[in-house]
Design a binder for this molecule. Sequence first.
Ligand code: FAQ
Length: 328
Amino acid sequence: MYGGGYVPAGADEPKVSAENPELLAQFEARIARGEKIEPRDWMPAAYRKQLIRMIEQHAHSEIIGALPEGTWITRAPGFRRKLALMAKVQDEVGHAQLLYSAAETLGKSREDMLNDLINGKSKYSNVFNYPAETWADVAVIGFLIDAAAIVNQVANSKGSYGPYCRALERICYEESFHLKQGHSVFVWLATGTTMQREMLQSALNRWWEPIMHFFGPSDTMSQHTETLMRWKVKMASNDVMRQQFLNMYVPKIWELGLSLPDSELRKDEFTGQWLFTEPNWDTFFQVINGNGPCNRERLAVRKIAEERGAWVRAALRRADARYATPLA
Ligand code: FAQ
């Protein structure tokens, strides 16, 4: 069922059954009451491990996610578009900062997380392994990928881990501006010249499957959903979030006279569910395991950034050490 060399996590998972049953029951009761779990609170090892995995992947997605759009800052049409895109890309990097800080509260250092990103041990969102070929790709990313991210993040900001939820709340405020920026470019192109509409349609066709993949494998294939939903880290399953996205955004795309590259896509009026052609999950697993069109380039750029920034980090560490030394 799985492709792309994907090995489902599990063998080295901490066992929930090995936890102290009394502490586990108290922990689950707190979650059931809607309380937030904070860094110093007792938590099962599996909860900690799952949160680190998920928040770390999310943080990596933000810094790697800055790259496809980042390449368009100098080519954005006009000063206002350049300014808006530059501010957006800067926000994404800021989101990574917030998320790395949230993950650090669980005991993994930022340095270890960044090393695991560069050495390919840790994943990041599938969508950032595709190139932004034209200005219309920036419109699709800004409108639809930000929209997809918001669907996921608004839901999960109501989850159980305090530092992650607070980071998500702040991120969602900023993402809603990103969505407006993306929508503005998207509508501009959709209502522009024939060439602009064609460029947008072509970008939409290329991005549709990666966007469908964005919410993760269908529920029958998802490895972590059950555990994550039990502990209110994930507040809805992959399929439920995908449906929410389709419900909110497909009408907005069709309204502009654009099409989507799936002849099966339609809402079943009886069930209220969207019907669609199952995206190719083998392609998805290939992409998230390092074999997408841009994986190597993305990690190479990240590695260069780490190497070139090493002197700044060293200088900051020295400054920290100096201020920590009491004056004679
Ligand atoms: N990409 O068992 P599940 C953004 C992996 S932020 C790559 O269903 P889970 C902002 C998954 O890790 C975008 N890998 O997993 C922005 C697992 O592999 P593992 C990121 C994926 O955790 C916008 C395996 O497949 N958002 O875009 C993906 O229950 C514009 C089995 O899957 C977040 O990270 C994927 N799409 O559910 C920036 C939100 N989906 O770890 C710039 C937080 C699944 O066992 C421009 N994360 N996998 O080796 C989540 O909500 C969840 O982790 C899911 C996946 C829903 C992504």
